[in-house]
Design a protein around this ligand. Sequence first.
Ligand code: DAH
Length: 345
Amino acid sequence: MSDLLAQIEEIEGAALGQVQASADLDALRDLEVATLGRKGSLTSVLRGLKDLSPDDRRAAGQRSNDLKRKLQEAIDRRRAALEEAEVQASLEKDRLDPTQPGPPRAYGHPHPILAMQRELAQLFESMGFTVMDGPEVETEYYNFEALNIPSWHPARDMQDTFWLKGGGVLRTHTSGMQIRAMQERGAPLRVVALGRVFRNEDQDASHEHTFHQIEGLVVDEGISVAHLKGVLDAMLQGVFGEPVTSRLRPSYFPFVEPGLELDFECRICKGKGCPTCKGTGWVEMCGCGMVHPNVLKAGGIDSERYTGFAFGLGIDRLTMMRYAVPDIRLFMSGDLRFLEQFHTG
Ligand code: DAH
């Protein structure tokens, strides 16, 4: 009897301490098996009860059952504590802070040519112009004939044209929109059209096969070159942010009479002469003039009652001048190192 009690006490003394000392769930599980399991130390003690006298058996039975219960409770408590600690540790490891700002998001931005087109459109809208859109695949009629350039006219050679099978062309300029505008809207009229144009050019730093133009057309009673100059000067001021000195000089385009060219004072040397303006002090900006009566007629407008002016210019060149871009091919290069310099957002 005393043997058994001694064993029980020994188990109690050791096991309860071991429960607290178990560092993890596996160790605790092992301990549980080693004491309360089928072959565990306390279980084998209980097996020895049958050899005792009934009184001793009761006393020792009671004692060992108490211990069994105490041990089981201690193990359960320790297990709950270890499990809780494990959850805490994993929360600590994968810590998530929902108040932290997310990683910065990369936003795109308009291409510099598109940004310039939008700016020009807005500028002309503020002067009462309507912005029109038109086809890039154009008929020979709108691109040439209606603009007073019949098929035999040498002016056709001024533009290296992409001809399409079946007679269409990739529009070589936006001037065809003059005819479409007059036919669609009639006089009086104030429109601009912006977009891509195409020429079969040998490419270099100032020539691209695909580039962009803005065309302007005003038709009304009593329109003169003074109106033309006023509108173009307003455009220059809008683009460069301050008044810009300009001049008109005679030129030739079949769809205007007189035909003119507008130059503005070189912004690098202020008119003194430098490599940018090839020493002249002036930079060519656009072709323009008073709309030829044949063109008004092709647009269905009474050329006795109405006069008009028109102008057309390259948006790529304008953008190059504003930002001092040295090579027109950069615009179509897709080179992000170039394009991202225009990220303003
Ligand atoms: N379409 C001409 C070109 O691409 C530019 C031009 C000249 C447009 C005179 C006009 C104009 O409207 O009046 O070379």
